[in-house]
Design a protein around this ligand. Structure first.
Ligand code: ZN
Ligand code: ZN
Length: 144
């Protein structure tokens, strides 16, 4: 287990995430919602237990944007109200104890982590290259 620190763009929100060895990597999400929310081709994420994320600054100020996920259940996106950086998401379909952390905002994680898998490959743009390796790119989600 290693603890990584993260912060939003403006620094108003800061956090610590403790990750198991197998969680120390990026899961790229190519879905169209991630494109709209990030203004980019994909987002970098990891699925972790909620208890392993500690917001050390600005927790009370976090805002929530909720949309209806593919599951038909709500997805809550927690973001800094000042700069709009998304800290983490919670999908109701995953249960109350699991969250999706944005690994691009972890100071060391951003550069140290490598792509572990890519999801929503069906929404990849024609010119995008697979970076996690052919067998780790899933059309939507990995089979569970
Ligand atoms: Zn901020
Ligand atoms: Zn996505």
């Amino acid at each position: 287990m290693t603890t990584y620190t993260g912060k939003c763009h403006c620094g108003q929100t800061q956090w610590e995430a403790t990750l198991e060895k197998e969680q120390q990597g990026h899961i790229l999400c190519h879905c169209n919602t991630c494109k709209a929310l990030s203004g980019s081709t994909s987002t970098l994420n990891q699925i972790i237990p909620k208890k392993n994320l500690k917001i050390t600054k600005g927790e009370d100020g976090l805002k929530v944007y909720t949309y209806c996920g593919d599951s038909g259940k709500p997805v809550d996106c927690f973001y800094c109200p000042n700069c709009t950086s998304h800290v983490y998401h919670h999908q109701a379909v995953m249960g109350p104890d699991t969250i999706i952390l944005r690994t691009a905002l972890l100071a060391d994680g951003l550069r140290e982590f490598v792509p572990q898998a890519e999801i929503f490959g069906k929404d990849m743009l024609g010119w995008e290259k697979e970076v996690a390796g052919e067998r780790k790119v899933f059309s939507v989600m990995p089979p569970s």
